[in-house]
Design a protein. Structure first.
Length: 409
């Protein structure tokens, strides 16, 4: 059994990595605006980072699969992310900023599967669901706290201070990574399941019905989900005036708190009652949220109702956050393609999120936001039906004993 030190190290790693990644959210656009960048220049820089992340998903997953030492890969990725933050802080000029966006996009695509691989190696497949739930809990807490702290630092210190803080937070991330003992990873990897086979790479993965169906679910999920809050935020801004920033901030923080609260429960339910039932339950929050947002959008005198509806985003986000790496582990059991599979699913998520805002914007311009919310909800319903009707159940026949992970903690 892995040591308590390694489990606590992985908890801290998820917490501080979320802190580090938060610095590359909307703070980049705010910072570049203060540096007299035009909207076109900012849009190009952010789009380059997004495109790099999408293109890197599959090759980064294959790279992590090929590397024997996942801790070292995570170490290098964290250093690369810190370097990209320093580039932004020190050199707010086109070439360094574009280099920083590319570097961050690829390094993030390496770091995410590294953390998933470390989780699998630490607990094996038997307790992976609950471990992934703990990962999501600490990541959500880290992201929520970092958003507040960085907002204050950027407002009251200097916009560039956000990126100095981001680089500084890489230090506790590296210390947390060092706390994960290599011998714990080696022991669990050897006992994690069926013998490892090389397989046929990406082509073999894409012949798997389960992988194709779940990738389609990931695509539909973000196609439905990604545009809901931006669309609602635009409507609230028109009616709420000065309160709009507070409302949007609450809409970001509340789902994170929900994710932190329920993610371990999502992992336990997936281990005990099956993957498909949990996925369908989480996905059904999408059509319900779309319906409620369409109704709230009509209630111009109650913009704060949006915050309550956004709690449903926490349910769906916790579901996908826990289930995506768990499904990848299930569907690649007996092979060494776990991280490559994560890359395929990550690419599907990225494509759905990219198209979502464009689709919602077009529909809103043609037929209004209520119709756009309804369409996004219908897409979410389609995601739920696809998971229920076409996704094979991948849970091992023997569920883990209750409290399997707690015994290690």
């Amino acid at each position: 059994m892995a040591s308590r030190r390694s489990h606590r190290g992985l908890d801290a790693l998820n917490f501080f990595v979320a802190d580090v990644q938060t610095g590359f959210g909307p703070f980049v656009a705010v910072y570049l605006t203060t540096q007299a960048w035009t909207e076109v220049q900012i849009g190009f820089a952010l789009s380059l980072g997004t495109l790099t992340a999408m293109i890197s998903q599959v090759p980064a997953g294959a790279l992590v699969d090929a590397l024997r030492h996942k801790r070292r890969a995570a170490f290098v990725a964290l250093l690369a992310i810190a370097l990209s933050a320093l580039l932004l802080a020190l050199f707010p000029y086109p070439l360094p900023v574009l280099l920083a966006e590319v570097l961050h996009g690829f390094a993030s695509c390496v770091l995410t599967p590294c953390i998933a691989a470390l989780s699998l190696a630490l607990v094996g497949r038997v307790a992976l669901g609950e471990r992934l739930g703990r990962n999501a809990r600490f990541a959500a807490l880290g992201g929520a706290i970092a958003a507040g702290v960085m907002g204050l630092v950027g407002t009251y210190v200097a916009p560039a201070a956000v990126f100095w803080l981001t680089a500084l937070l890489a230090v506790p991330s590296l210390l947390a990574l060092a706390a994960i003992r290599p011998e714990d990873l080696t022991a669990r990897t050897g006992a994690s399941g069926a013998p490892r086979q090389e397989g046929g790479g990406l082509r073999r993965l894409l012949r798997s019905r389960g992988i194709l169906v779940f990738a389609a679910c990931c695509f539909l999920f973000t196609l439905s989900n990604a545009a809901m809050l931006p669309l609602a935020a635009a409507a609230v801004t028109r009616v709420a005036g000065e309160e709009a920033n507070l409302i949007i901030a609450a809409c970001l923080v509340l789902p994170q708190l929900v994710v932190a609260g329920i993610s371990p429960w999502v992992g336990r339910m997936a281990e005990r009652h099956g993957r498909r039932a949990v996925l369908v339950l989480g996905f059904l929050a999408l059509p319900l949220r779309g319906l409620l947002l369409a109704l709230v959008n009509q209630q111009v005198n109650q913009p704060w109702a949006l915050v309550l509806v956004q709690a449903l985003d926490g349910l769906s986000a916790a579901t996908l956050g826990v289930m995506l790496p768990l499904m990848a582990a299930d569907l690649t059991r007996g092979s060494n393609r776990f991280n490559l599979c994560l890359g395929v699913f990550g690419l599907a998520v990225g494509l759905g999120g990219t198209l979502s805002t464009t689709l919602a914007g077009l529909v809103t311009g043609w037929m209004g936001s209520a119709v756009a919310f309804a369409l996004l909800g219908v897409i979410g319903l389609g995601c739920s039906l696809l998971a229920w009707l076409a996704l094979p159940e991948t849970r091992p026949s023997a569920p883990p004993p209750a409290g399997a992970l707690k015994a290690a903690l």
